[in-house]
Design a protein around this ligand. Structure first.
Ligand SMILES: Cc1ncc(COP(=O)(O)O)c(C=O)c1O
Length: 477
């Protein structure tokens, strides 16, 4: 890098950091709408996209103007009334990790491309393996041969992690699949509440959506463990074999946990691959008071845990963990002579565990957040959000014109206002047009509800009281 470029970098970085601080301060103070959606064509013009691409020169005053326009047309993640989605409200360390990573452009796939970045991923996987109650992988790789220990990978999201886990499960059941294709008698077992990425994985794997057999659930979509044998019997009656049984540690719609201990015991008894989709609720394992929700997760074969939901990091940062590292090491069987070969090296390659070839560095941001907050600090944040959600539930239940279909277990809460407020989708549209509160909706037991995800450290009960006032006001207009 030339000296001049170095000076421009420092000056431009200062512009960007200052713009971000202003954006943060104003958002967190609740200034401006939390959400507003100008028409796309207007934004192309406002941000001067064609001129910037044509002319270049994004630096100094031009950069400052672009930052203003860009930030002013974003949904304000730090705004206390941002209570819609599961997206993490990031700790600022994530931004610094991103800066470092995008500057040095390391890689997370093979050791020689980035010993430090690969080491952090290896360390974080081990840290999470221990939280789940599994054996971490040895640091001295010469001790690795022959031992049984856990493994994992940081993946580009829960959807890819779920797909990878199911591919590993399929390779275990039908190892010839890579040469011969699917045998045609493969099935998956999952509750209907399961995130759509599981059905999508079934499609991608060529099993088809119809290969997913629903597990019996209660009215809120939570698995009924004593009915598991019936579901298995349905699979067997169709002449099929189950690749895996999937349960949720935090359903997407309502954040509810399946009874993992009973389900895990059932799967272990039958030698059935047990995958826990803990994309939402997994990080509760870091808390003192809520880790019991994940009791039995250690009985799983694989776990998906997104750190870009409850973990204060930006997307993507998903841990896919397996109890037995060999199951992931053997999941894919392709060769690539320029990358895969016996090497004598002091570190580890993740390449053979992922769908992609090039692998972004996903561990640095999680590590830097953890190292800033400490694991107890992150756990305390999660406890605060779960506690607040319980408090909001009590508050809404105490109102004559609001109610919740089911008590929350995590930081997601479905609720409804009385009929006079209008149907949930129409009510949400009106709320979003005003832009003071950003909420989502979800279908639960066949009915659509308004939905809150309290993933924002700046949100308090006051915002919920304000939301209630706004809904009541909308009812009368
Ligand atoms: C339970 C569950 N599984 C999987 C996913 C997919 O994760 P990602 O968006 O990281 O692909 C989600 C996302 O909402 C989820 O809630």
């Amino acid at each position: 890098m030339g000296r001049e470029t170095g000076l421009a970098f420092a000056a431009d970085a200062e512009i960007v950091v200052q713009a971000l601080i202003d954006y943060y301060e104003r958002s967190v103070a609740g200034e401006g709408p939390v959400i507003h959606q100008p028409p796309l064509g207007k934004l192309v013009a406002d941000m001067e996209l064609p001129a910037l691409v044509r002319e270049g020169g994004l630096s100094g005053a031009r950069l400052s103007r672009f930052m203003d326009r860009y930030l002013s047309a974003l949904t304000r993640i730090y705004h206390p009334a941002n209570i819609a989605h599961q997206q993490a409200v990031p700790h600022y360390m994530v931004a610094l990790a991103g800066l470092v990573d995008n500057f040095v452009s390391s890689d997370g796939s093979i050791y020689e491309l980035g010993p430090a970045s690969v080491t952090i991923e290896y360390f974080l996987i081990n840290w999470l393996l221990e939280k789940v109650g599994w054996t971490p992988a040895p640091l001295d790789l010469r001790q690795a041969a022959g031992g049984t220990y856990g493994g994992g990978i940081l993946a580009n999201g829960g959807s890819l992690a779920n797909l990878t886990a199911l591919i590993a499960a399929r390779t275990r059941l039908a190892p010839d699949v890579w040469q011969e294709g699917n045998p045609g008698d493969l099935a998956l077992l999952a509750p209907a509440e399961t995130h759509y990425s599981i059905a999508r994985a079934a499609g991608i794997m060529g099993l088809g959506h119809r290969a997913v057999y629903p597990l019996d659930v209660d009215e809120w979509g939570v698995v009924l463990p004593d009915r598991l044998p019936d579901a298995c019997a349905r699979v067997a009656a169709d002449g099929k074999r189950s690749v895996a049984l999937i349960a949720n540690a935090g359903t997407t719609a309502a954040g509810l946990y399946d009874p993992l201990e009973e389900i895990g015991a059932f799967c272990r008894e039958r030698d059935l691959w047990f995958h826990v989709d803990a994309a939402h609720g997994g990080p509760a394992i870091l808390t003192e008071r809520y880790r019991g929700l994940l009791r039995g997760v250690e009985l799983a074969d694989s776990v998906t845990m997104n750190m870009h939901k409850l973990g204060r990091v930006t997307a993507f940062c998903t841990a896919l963990l397996v109890r037995d590292a060999r199951s992931l090491d053997e999941a894919f069987t392709q060769e690539a002579s320029y990358l895969f070969y016996e090497k004598d090296q002091p570190g580890y390659d993740f390449l053979h565990r992922t769908i992609e070839c090039t692998k972004p560095v996903l561990g640095l941001k999680l590590f830097m957040v953890l190292a800033a907050m400490g694991e107890a600090g992150l756990g305390a944040y999660i406890e605060r959000q779960f506690d607040l959600t319980a408090q909001v539930y009590e508050y809404l239940q105490g109102l004559p014109d609001f109610s919740c279909p089911v008590a929350p277990q995590s930081n997601i809460l479905c609720f409804q206002a009385d009929r006079a407020a209008g149907r949930p989708l129409a009510l949400r549209d009106r709320l979003l047009k005003r832009g003071n509160y950003y909420v989502s909706t979800a279908v639960l037991n066949g009915q659509r509800y308004l939905r809150l995800t309290l993933n924002n450290p700046a949100t308090t009960l006051d915002e919920i009281k304000g939301l209630v006032r706004e809904i009541r006001e909308l009812r009368t207009t």
